[in-house]
Write a protein of this length. Structure first.
Length: 408
């Protein structure tokens, strides 16, 4: 991470006006948490004036009941979101857009990018989905929209590599972990109390954690598993826990970030079995809290976890080895303590102080090149025509493409 070598800002110069467009905390997930932390930190910078525009605006009281109606909710929310973009975006210099993939990319980042370019604003696309490669391969119109952004920022080297394969230059700036919110606790000895904190969707494969825990309980009957989160697989996962005759399993439901600190204090081992991932903040928070980490090697996870250095890794879908790794930590306390100590040091790389200079440099570089040439405008018009033509020719959208992710 770059050190903070920024010069003191010129207080006589006009601040750079940055509008962050992202999910609000009403949608509990990695994107919303990271957006909230970034807005909080950037608003303390004297050289910036930072606004926030939610992609999921709260409806006025008379319309709030519409949010309970499928499809109507999407239509009404999207209409209000577009109106807010048009009403507020003109006041800012840089439009910083958080992005997931698939249909979410169409509904939120795409209109923000197009309107920003029409208004002559600088566009920073903050792409955060671990499903990036599949998204870009199957949704070719997404590439046209992404190329309209002046800068593409991603949380990990993994996504830098993915974008490079599609001819797009991206820069990695790591996710932020607020260490003050996750108190480190010594774990001597390491206890058989496991924590899972991923949404109940197929790409996070919480099912594998339940199956691994069944094997662990055969060896450690008093082992305990705390499962935080929610999602479309909720009922199936609860039924599986019963079918496997699991004991000491607690499903907590969705918890606010503040409550997660309590769970990190209760547990000693963090387990993750995701099939698709980017740079999960949940692992970084486990590092900061002193939990030993056992995870699959999905997506960008090997960019933050090194096997037998700061955690243990297994192949995708291998819940048998996941169980064995957890048991290995319980049997080898020296290994567990070494991994925890290294992970704690690594967590410091993700503090605001470690990434602050990079964010400020990006904004200043963007404003230093704030000249829209005739050529770039022609490229923009050409891209718009290509996007419009592709959308008209696309007669159906596969239901599977509706997947959305927070990955961070």
């Amino acid at each position: 991470m770059a050190r903070d070598t920024q010069q003191a800002p010129n207080r006589n110069a006009a601040p750079i006006r940055v509008l962050i467009v992202a999910p609000s905390i009403d949608i509990l997930g990695g994107q919303a948490v990271q957006a909230a932390r970034l807005v909080e930190k950037l608003r303390k910078e004297p050289g910036l004036k930072v606004g926030f525009l939610p992609v999921n605006p709260r409806l006025p009281s008379p319309l709030r009941k519409l949010q309970a109606i499928k499809y109507v909710r999407t239509a009404v929310t999207s209409a209000i979101y577009l109106a807010m973009l048009l009403a507020r975006m003109w006041r800012y210099d840089v439009v910083h857009v958080f992005s997931a993939s698939y249909l979410s990319f169409v509904l939120a980042p795409t209109p923000a990018i197009l309107i920003a370019r029409l208004l002559g604003k600088k566009v920073l696309l903050n792409y955060r989905s671990g499903e990036c490669e599949d998204h870009l391969r199957r949704w070719r119109t997404a590439l046209l929209v992404i190329r309209l952004a002046h800068r593409v920022i991603v949380p990990s080297g993994y996504l830098v590599d993915v974008f490079s394969r599609f001819g797009i230059r991206a820069q990695a700036i790591a996710n932020i972990v607020d260490l003050s919110r996750f108190a480190f606790r010594e774990r001597h000895p390491l206890r058989p109390i496991l924590l899972s904190n991923r949404n109940f969707e197929s790409l996070y494969n919480v099912e594998a954690i339940l199956r691994a825990f069944a094997l662990i309980q055969l060896r450690v009957p008093d082992a305990r598993l705390i499962v935080a989160g929610d999602g479309s697989h909720r009922d199936n996962l609860r039924k599986l826990a019963v079918d496997l005759d699991l004991r000491n399993v607690e499903f907590t439901g969705v918890l606010a970030p503040e409550r997660m600190r309590e769970l990190h204090q209760q547990a000693d081992i963090f387990v993750n079995a995701s099939n698709v991932d980017n740079m999960p903040v949940s692992i970084l928070e486990a590092f900061a809290s002193g939990l030993a980490v056992v995870t699959t090697d999905a997506g960008g996870i090997p960019y933050i976890v090194t096997n037998e250095r700061n955690g243990l890794m297994v192949s995708l879908g291998d819940w048998t080895r996941l169980a064995r790794k957890v048991l290995a930590l319980l049997e080898n306390q020296e290994l567990a303590q070494r991994l925890i100590a290294t992970a704690r040091e690594d967590s410091k790389k993700y503090q605001w102080e470690a990434v602050r200079a990079e964010w400020l440099r990006v904004y200043r570089e963007m404003m230093g090149t704030f000249v829209v040439s005739r050529l770039s405008f022609r490229v923009f018009r050409f891209s718009l025509r290509r996007i419009s033509g592709a959308i008209r020719n696309k007669k159906s959208v596969t239901i599977n493409d509706k997947r959305e992710t927070s990955n961070e």
